[in-house]
Structures are given as structure tokens and as C-alpha cells.
Ligand binder design. Structure first.
Ligand code: NAP
Length: 516
């Protein structure tokens, strides 16, 4: 059994008191213990700010980019070992684990590439300056400088590798030290990644700290230069945003929360054409990849009413091929959900959705896992529901079931009706439109864009090269309004803004330009 330690003030340290036990979600066997009781989080944050912040601000973008690149390479070099841990503690299939781990090294590599374009300074200039008076001499410009606080990163259980890396890449490149905390239940992968980075000595002292286990009083010690980036349930995000220290010091908070992502099949898609195939493939991938525990997974499927029955048949056929079981067996294509709590929540959630829908595939009954032990493990069948007369007040538009579950619904074939239904999800991370008809695509995209951080368009010409909506790209922003938390991460250079202070500088142009 592994004992997960925290890495604080340059030291690996365990908490005292009762430890939490982490399990293998396929077998329910204990795999690790963890405790943060009694750890000095106040001291840890001060150390990160003072030692890590100073060290990072001595480096320019080029040097920080090299550091981020070395982190990417180190994670990649340990890929096989990390995949095994993700199978054991996350219930991931090999392919799910690669999605998380390669996503981590890929995002770090993308930020290393970005750094190479930012030069050898440690501040950024925001757009061209402007003349402020009658003569050209009086001048104003905005610059970005690293904030002198610490970035506290609190992550969800579903992406222990990517969650750590996508946030750390941006903060570290901006010149801000990181204290990162994975969800307790699946913390083994994140713990090993931090061990690898510490062993490799690729970060300056104090730049990266790690909390294994519960956050304790960590957030009681944040100050006015600090930032909190949180990913998880909307209710937890709201609580952390409203925390006493966060409010009193007006700290920056970014929340990535729940999302009822939608996929819309356009009226012009032929039933057996490439576009419908792309749509079906993306829906099934999103329902089953990481057992549907993906914040970007498609939860709502809108299809022109005359095509609903045919699409249900196609989805049922594809879902019947899914092999649910212990992912340490090669033939398994979908593992368990991560925890007993998740299993209970998914079953209860299917019950809620069924109040306005009919289960057409799967359901809440226990299943016998392939390669597993009967009665053990947190397994649930991929489940498709059909809601024949959707209304914005239905649970399907208000309740996220964080598992392999989606609901298919009709719309009248117009972009207006599709957008009305999609928007009733209350704000999401990503929704997708599958159509070639330019006027349908334009009307639908512009109508749903205010409610989303990202809109994906699937069309015939990009079949074979499109990136599925569930994949978050470092070049594009990740986040969404309303239910999704109103946060924004990544987006290339845009992501740096959260960790830097934009300051207006006004005065003599020649003097200002001497240091820009
Ligand atoms: P969660 O229960 O909200 O936990 C998220 C994180 O918050 C965990 O690290 C948890 O730590 C921590 N936490 C909980 N209470 C805390 C407190 N009082 N102080 C400090 N930290 C605290 O969410 P989850 O079950 O892990 O994740 C599932 C949810 O995340 C889903 O709703 C999903 O939609 C959302 N999600 C969103 C995104 C996105 O990018 N928008 C990505 C992934 C998931 P412990 O584990 O130690 O309790």
C-alpha cells in the first residue's frame, strides 16, 4: 500500500491522525492512504510565495518555457508507469489513461512552444500603446507582470494528470509558484507526477508544492496577490469562491464546474452519411471515454424529430459493443466510475432524468463486469435516455449526471429551436453542431455562443481530421458561463492573464519605451 505524502516547503511530509484510504474502483481493494491533518499550510503558502515566486521571477519567459518543456518530457518518459497507476486508482482503460497523461505532457509542450514566442523578457506588453495628449510625447501602454502571490490549484478527480499540468503550465510560465491539490480519491497519479518532477530537479525551489489529501485550512491563508483555480462541482466552487479569506482579500478565483454539454445534428445530415457517422462516433466516445466522467462530455443530444428513432437505433447498436469491466483486462473498453459516491450519484441521477425520459439502453441495475468479481467495483452500464417532449425546466436541462449517461431529444429542425434548447442548459463548456448548411450553422453558432466557452462544428469536409468536442486544446479557451462556473483557462497566451497583473503605464513615451 502506498502512503501519499504532501510536498511542502521543499519536503515530503505526511499528516498525522486518521488517514483516508484510496481504492481500486474495479476491485475495491485499498491502494493508498493519505492524511493532511496537522500540516502547516500557512507556512507552505508563505514559502511558495517567498522562495518559489522570487526564483520564478528571476527567470524570463524563455527560461520558464524550457522548464515547462522539461516537465512535459519527464511526464512522457514515465508514461507507461503512470498509465498503470491510472488503471489501478482511476479505473481508467489504457486509452482513457493515455488521454489524461498525454493531455498533461501535450499541454505543457504547447505552453513551452508558446514561451519560445514570448522572448527573453519577464513581462508582456498588451497591444500597441496610445498617444494621450496633443503631442506624441504623452503616452500610455498596458503591461502584464507576474503577480507576487501563489496559485492554489484545486482539481477534480477525473483528470489527475491533465488537471495538474494544464493549470501548472500556465501559472509557471507566467512566473507564479503553484500549490496543487488533486482530488483525494484519485490522487495516486498526481502524486507520482510530482515525485517525478521533484526527482528530476527541473523546477526551482518553491515553484511547485503538492497537497495530498484534504485541503484542511489551506484556503484560510490566501492573500491579495494569490489566485485560486478550482475544477470540480459547482456547489464546491461556489463555497470556495465565497470563503472568508477569498472574499476579504478579493483574491482572483477561476471556477471550472458542471456542464450539460449538447450535440445538435443538423437537418441536412443524411441518415447514413459521413456527417451522421461523425456525430454518432462523437456521442458514443463522449458517453464512454473515461466512463463519461469528463466535464466536456455530451450529456444532451438534439436530433430533428423525424430522425430520432433512427439515431436511437444507431446509438444502441454502438453502445451494445461497449465492454464494461476491469480495465486491467485488455478487451475492456469502459471501466468503472471512480468511487462508490460517484456510482450512487450516477444511479440517482439516472433516476432523476427518468422522471421526464425513458431509458432506451442501459440503466441502473448492477452489471457483471468483464474480468471482475461479481458484486465488486463501481460499474454502471452506458445509459441512453429518450426525452420525447423536452422542456427547459426538465432535469435533463438542470442536472449533470457525471457518468456514461446521455439523453436524446427531438427539436423541430430549425436552428432557433435547437439553440433555445441548448441554451436552457444554463451555460456550458462546449456544445457541438453537426451540419454542412452554412445558414443553419451560422444561426445556431451565433445563438449558442453566448452560453458557451467553446462551440465545435462537425462538417463533412473535416470528417477524419476533426478534434472531438470532448478534447480540450491548449490553444483554445476552456471554461464557460453560468452553470460551468464562468471561468476561463488555457487559450494560449490568454491563459497567462489570470496569473499576471495588467498595469497601465503613462508618461513620457521615450522613457516608457526604454524598458518595454
Ligand atoms: P468536488 O467534489 O467539487 O471536488 C473537487 C475538488 O475540490 C477536490 O480536489 C476536492 O478535494 C476539493 N474540495 C472539496 N471540498 C473542498 C473544500 N472545502 N476546500 C478545498 N477543497 C475542497 O468535485 P469532483 O467530484 O472531484 O468532480 C466532479 C465535478 O467536477 C463534476 O461536477 C464535473 O462537472 C466537474 N468538473 C469540471 C471540469 C471543468 O473543467 N469545468 C473538469 C472536471 C470536472 P477532496 O477530493 O479532497 O474532497
Amino acid at each position: 500500500m502506498i502512503e501519499l505524502k504532501s510536498y511542502l516547503q521543499n519536503t515530503w511530509i505526511s499528516g498525522k491522525g486518521k488517514a483516508a484510504t484510496l481504492v481500486n474502483p474495479s476491485t475495491e481493494e485499498a491502494v493508498a492512504t493519505v492524511s493532511t491533518e496537522g500540516l502547516d499550510f500557512k507556512g507552505a503558502l508563505a514559502y511558495a510565495r517567498e522562495t518559489g515566486g522570487k526564483n520564478l521571477r528571476k527567470m524570463n519567459f524563455k527560461e520558464r518555457g524550457e522548464m515547462v518543456k522539461a516537465m512535459s518530457q519527464a511526464i512522457h518518459a514515465h508514461r507507461d508507469e503512470l498509465i498503470k497507476l491510472a488503471i489501478m486508482n482511476g479505473g481508467n482503460t489504457r486509452s482513457d489513461a493515455k488521454f489524461d497523461i498525454d493531455g498533461a505532457s501535450g499541454t505543457l509542450a504547447a505552453y513551452a512552444e508558446l514561451a519560445a514566442t514570448l522572448g527573453d523578457k519577464s513581462h508582456l506588453v498588451d497591444e500597441a500603446g496610445i498617444q494621450l495628449g496633443r503631442s506624441a510625447r504623452l503616452f500610455g501602454v498596458h503591461i502584464w507582470v507576474p503577480r507576487e502571490g501563489v496559485a492554489v490549484h484545486v482539481n477534480a478527480f477525473n483528470f489527475p494528470a491533465w488537471g495538474l499540468a494544464e493549470k501548472a503550465a500556465v501559472a509557471l510560465l507566467a512566473g507564479v509558484p503553484v500549490v496543487t491539490k488533486p482530488a483525494t480519491s484519485t490522487g495516486v497519479v498526481a502524486h507520482r507526477i510530482v515525485e517525478i518532477l521533484v526527482e528530476g530537479k527541473m523546477l526551482p525551489e518553491g515553484a511547485l508544492s503538492f497537497v495530498a489529501g484534504s485541503a484542511g485550512d489551506l484556503l484560510d491563508h490566501v492573500g491579495g496577490q494569490d489566485m485560486l483555480a478550482f475544477t470540480g462541482a459547482g456547489s464546491t466552487g461556489a463555497m470556495l469562491r465565497g470563503g472568508k479569506s477569498a472574499r476579504e482579500h478579493s483574491i482572483r478565483v477561476n471556477v471550472e464546474a458542471d456542464s450539460l454539454n449538447a450535440a445538435v445534428l443538423g437537418p441536412d445530415a443524411d441518415e447514413d452519411g459521413e456527417l451522421t457517422n461523425l456525430f454518432i462516433g462523437d456521442v458514443v466516445r463522449d458517453m464512454t471515454q473515461k466512463t463519461g466522467q469528463k466535464c466536456t462530455a455530451i450529456r444532451r443530444i438534439y436530433v430533428p424529430k423525424e430522425k430520432v428513432e433512427a439515431v436511437i437505433e444507431k446509438l444502441k447498436e454502438r453502445l451494445s459493443d461497449v465492454k464494461v469491466g476491469d480495465p486491467s483486462h485488455e478487451s475492456v473498453t469502459m471501466g468503472p466510475v471512480a468511487t462508490k459516491q460517484q456510482l450512487d450519484d450516477v444511479r440517482a441521477g439516472i433516476g432523476k432524468l427518468a422522471a421526464c425520459s425513458k431509458i432506451v439502453h442501459g440503466g441502473v441495475d448492477p452489471i457483471e463486469p468483464l474480468g471482475g468479481t461479481k458484486g465488486k467495483g463501481f460499474f454502471v452500464a452506458p445509459t441512453l435516455l429518450h426525452c420525447a417532449a423536452p422542456s427547459p425546466s426538465d432535469a435533463v436541462h438542470n442536472h449533470e449526471v457525471f457518468g456514461p449517461v446521455a439523453t436524446i431529444m427531438p427539436y423541430d429542425g430549425s436552428a432557433k429551436d435547437a439553440a433555445r434548447l441548448v441554451a436552457s442548459g444554463g451555460g456550458g463548456l462546449v456544445s457541438s453542431i453537426y451540419a454542412d448548411d452554412k445558414s443553419f450553422v451560422k444561426e445556431a453558432v451565433l445563438a449558442i455562443a453566448p452560453f458557451h466557452g467553446r462551440v465545435t462544428i462537425g462538417s463533412t469536409k473535416i470528417v477524419g481530421q476533426s478534434v472531438p468536442p470532448g478534447t480540450v486544446l491548449p490553444q483554445l479557451v476552456h471554461g464557460g458561463p453560468g452553470r460551468a462556473g464562468s471561468g476561463e483557462e488555457l487559450g494560449g497566451k490568454r491563459g497567462l492573464a489570470f496569473y499576471m497583473q495588467r498595469t497601465a503605464i503613462q508618461g513620457d513615451r521615450a522613457l516608457i519605451e526604454s524598458f518595454l
